[in-house]
Design a protein around this ligand. Structure first.
Ligand code: FAD
Length: 468
């Protein structure tokens, strides 16, 4: 039957996946409704993810660069940190973006409904709004419910000194001594922020390297740099207990030899991954299958097992990244509008916006070795980059992987300042089937960090002349 509101396309969740899908569906002429629990649109990414973390990382970078200027003959005083002002800067950035989204939704006549939505049937969602329950009936639906931080059972998450990424971004105070539980992208970005603000940082990671996913040789320059700044980095180590004491959180660690040791922290940031919200929307009432972890399986048109219901973003699987959600959102909306569109991207780049940044796309060396895929590589160390040295930094590396059959580029792993921006050139090269000569013969502006991509291709070709 008809709900209080009828939508040709309803989108559940307004993160980067959801708002993109809603806007695209509306642009293609669909009467679109966007359901969001919070008053502000934008989801995790804009409110408690990508954007606020980057605002704080920008500040962190300025602080550490100012510190390091002393070795170039320029000294600044110790930074005076006004947390209220810093928080305001971050919140203003969020406000500008989420406010912009509100305007864009109105301009497209997308109806937004604020409240928590759950399926009551294959063509109906019930929304708990501030003024009672509203029903939204729909012809087609795009689920974009996102994800939330994973909690660990043996950790007192109700203690306010135990925080997740959302808590870390709130910036309540600057702890003297902080444990980052999990050496992945989110944990290390927050470590970078709090280190710059003055916290003593310990990182603990279960795997044998930080940023698991990126190649070890590429992660090493980051590891070496933070090793010099942080109190401890424990690899192959797990946390087995966190005890809330008056003087702090007493943490028990266990290394890979089974040895245990303890230390006490003012704050513990738990950054051990995110879990999809698929189980929280009564998807089964619409006939949509959700696996035991909370993921919703989709085909290459983002369609669930129910042909008029689609799913996109963090709720459909890894990698949980905003640009993946956006791309999937466009595919889903265009399929809803009757277009023959598929998710056929060759790669999804990943970036850790740490200092230095770590970025990779396509095939990694670790993955190639594990899968027995043949490859050759071109590696350019930034110690030979004029621009990097002029920036006072020499630790970067640009590594490109090539298919030995036809010299086409098939992957890249880059570490260094702005690696996240550099990876896009390789992503385009892979999407377009470019080979080493294409990258090597394209004139790159000098002196830029982008030249390192050109040089890595020339290293592979054996035509490089610039290496000192
Ligand atoms: P989400 O952004 O999770 O949004 C889902 C939305 O749906 C939420 O607003 C939620 O309130 C709403 N919702 C859910 N269920 C319902 C319901 N039943 N009814 C109503 N509303 C509902 N990714 C990057 O690519 N780059 C980065 O730099 C980056 N940094 C990050 C930093 C941090 C600290 C974190 C936590 C994440 C970061 N990410 C980053 C990941 C990125 O935020 C996510 O991949 C992205 O937000 C996923 O988008 P989404 O559309 O799937 O859902």
């Amino acid at each position: 039957g008809e709900g209080d509101i009828h939508a040709e396309v309803v989108v559940l969740g307004s993160g980067p996946g959801g708002y993109t899908a809603a806007f695209r569906a509306a642009d293609l002429g669909k009467k679109t409704v966007l359901i969001e629990k919070y008053a502000q649109l934008g989801g995790v990414c804009l409110n408690v993810g990508c954007i606020p973390s980057k605002a704080l990382l920008h500040v962190a970078k300025v602080i550490t660069e100012a510190e390091e200027m002393s070795s170039h003959g320029i000294s600044f005083g110790k930074p005076k940190i006004d947390l209220d002002e810093l928080r305001k800067f971050k919140d203003d950035v969020i406000g500008q973006l989420t406010g912009g989204l509100g305007g864009l939704a109105k301009g497209r006549k997308v109806t937004t409904v604020q409240g928590y939505g759950k399926f009551t049937g294959p063509n109906m969602i019930e929304v708990e709004t501030d003024d009672g329950t509203k029903t939204v009936s729909f012809d087609q639906c795009i689920i974009a419910a996102g994800s939330e931080p994973v909690q660990l059972p043996f950790i007192p998450h109700d203690d306010e000194r135990v925080i997740d990424s959302t808590g870390a971004l709130e910036l309540k105070d600057i702890p003297k001594k902080m444990l980052i539980l999990g050496g992945g992208i989110i944990g290390l970005e927050m470590a970078c922020v709090y280190d710059a603000l003055g916290s003593k940082i310990t990182v603990v990671e279960l795997m044998d390297q930080i940023i698991p996913g990126a190649d070890k040789d590429i992660v090493k320059p980051l590891h070496n740099r933070i090793k010099g700044r942080y109190e401890n980095i424990f690899l192959k180590t797990k946390v087995t207990d966190v005890e809330a004491q008056k003087k702090g959180l007493k943490v028990t660690f266990e290394d890979d030899k089974g040895e245990t040791f303890t230390d006490t922290f003012d704050k513990v940031l738990v950054a051990v991954g995110r879990k999809p919200n698929g189980k929280l929307i009564d998807a089964e009432k619409a006939g949509v299958a959700v696996d035991e972890r909370g993921f919703i399986a989709v085909d290459n048109q983002q369609r669930t097992g129910v042909s008029h219901i689609f799913a996109i973003g963090d709720v459909v699987g890894q990698p949980m990244l905003a640009h993946k959600a956006v791309h999937e959102g466009k595919v889903a909306a265009e399929v809803c509008a009757g277009e023959k569109r598929f998710f056929d991207a060759h790669l999804i780049p990943s970036v850790a916006y740490t200092d230095p940044e770590v970025a990779w796309c396509g095939l990694t060396e670790t993955e190639a070795k594990a899968k027995g895929i043949k490859y050759e590589k071109g590696v350019f160390p930034w110690a030979a980059s004029g621009r990097s040295l002029s920036n006072g930094r020499s630790e970067g590396i640009t590594k490109l992987l090539f298919d030995p059959e036809d010299d086409r580029v098939i992957g890249a792993c880059i570490v260094g300042t702005n690696a996240g921006d550099l990876i896009s050139e390789v992503a385009l090269a892979i999407e377009m089937g470019a080979d080493a000569v294409d990258l090597g013969h394209t004139i790159h502006p000098h002196p830029t960090l982008s030249e390192t991509v050109n040089f890595a291709a020339e290293m592979f070709e054996g035509t490089i002349t610039d290496l000192m």
